[in-house]
Design a protein around this ligand. Sequence first.
Ligand SMILES: C[S@@+](CC[C@H](N)C(=O)[O-])C[C@H]1O[C@@H](n2cnc3c(N)ncnc32)[C@H](O)[C@@H]1O
Length: 435
Amino acid sequence: MAEGRGRLSPAVLGERPGGRSPGVPYSPLYADLYHSEAGAWAQAEEVFIVGSGLPGRWRGRSRFVILETGFGLGNNFLATWAAWRNDPERCDRLVFISIEKHPLTRDDLARVHDTVASAGEGPAEPARALAARLIQAWPPLTPGLHTLDFEEPALPGNAASAGVSLLLGLGDVKDVLPQLVAAVDAFYLDGFSPDRNPDMWDAHWLSRLGRWAAPDATAATWSVARPLRDALAQAGFEVTRAPGFGSKRDRITASYRPRFTPPALAGGLWPEPERARRSAVVIGAGLAGCAAAWALSREGWRVTVLDQHTGPAQEASGNPGGLFHGIVHGEDGIHARAHRAAALHTAALVGPWMGDGRLTGHCQGLLRLDAQLTDDQALTLIERLGLPPDYLQWCPQERARRISGLPVSSGGWLFTRGGWLDPAHYTRCLLQEAQ
Ligand SMILES: C[S@@+](CC[C@H](N)C(=O)[O-])C[C@H]1O[C@@H](n2cnc3c(N)ncnc32)[C@H](O)[C@@H]1O
């Protein structure tokens, strides 16, 4: 999946004017509440989870994919994750894709969930524990795709590869959605109210939702606006009304019943083979082969890796050290964005392995010297790209010297989550995880 473009501005949270709706997070930008006054978790449960036929529909599946428009405070995600954990017949992997233009900062996310849990919203302890895991994994707010994996191998009845993958697409829905390649089982449509947030209910992309719909997909939302119903119908959904939640009289549930099947997306997904047929052979135990084996095994595949050597990473991947970091480019094009997403995902993956001593390396920052740029040019570039300091900083020469302890000859970029690792250890970790 490619990423969305554009500079991000984080959400601003406030109180509804006039002291109405105390304690319910409010967006001054959209002049609307983040969720029903009757409760975020209750709304998530009734409108989105039950409204999507869950938990029943993920039973017997190895993977179930949800696409949400508007991650907001993450309540729908957390409630869905909790419902998945509580269901002994859960699918192996829940993939939750969510698109958000104004993500919360980590501090705001922590503040909101502390408030929610202490106000007794939702099953407080599980809610708090899951929110803590989300906050811990919360990425730097760079535009584009972020993959946050929450592995759950210890849940009763689960396959070793079980877990929840949250794919956060940070950017405007109109930019991020067209770049997604996914077969979505359930759409959660959760913008602010259509009159205040028309972009989130734009018929132009809603009427194309069929392009991302898996067979038997559903769409759920609290809104019953006529243009929304028309756009969903145009996309091939059969739209029905159900009793509304909180102050709403009705809500919508919709099932994908297209009169014709739209053309498959370029680079689209293979249909998922049945469990017994999911076996693969990977030839070559270098970095790419081991990473492919690891990724397949997380999707429940049995993988055999073949190599002429007795261990992994013995040839081109056999350097004593490998670096992982993003790149900075004035256009912030696909190359730069793909590197960024990959480097951040790598840091999240290898951090715990380095922490428990399984992997030799370091992921607390990588300094990349750049003699081409003056300090002013670099700072202007960072400002223009809107990249946050917990992802990237410019270090003038003196600071670069101090950080590295070396007599460096120029300033450079500090990728705060970049680092290095031992490729042979890393490939062994990947293969161990894949077993
Ligand atoms: C009602 S809130 C979502 C609540 C969320 N689902 C939850 O569970 O907490 C709507 C969200 O849509 C986001 N949003 C508004 N316009 C957007 C756009 N054009 N593209 C992507 N996200 C947008 C807002 O920033 C806000 O976080």
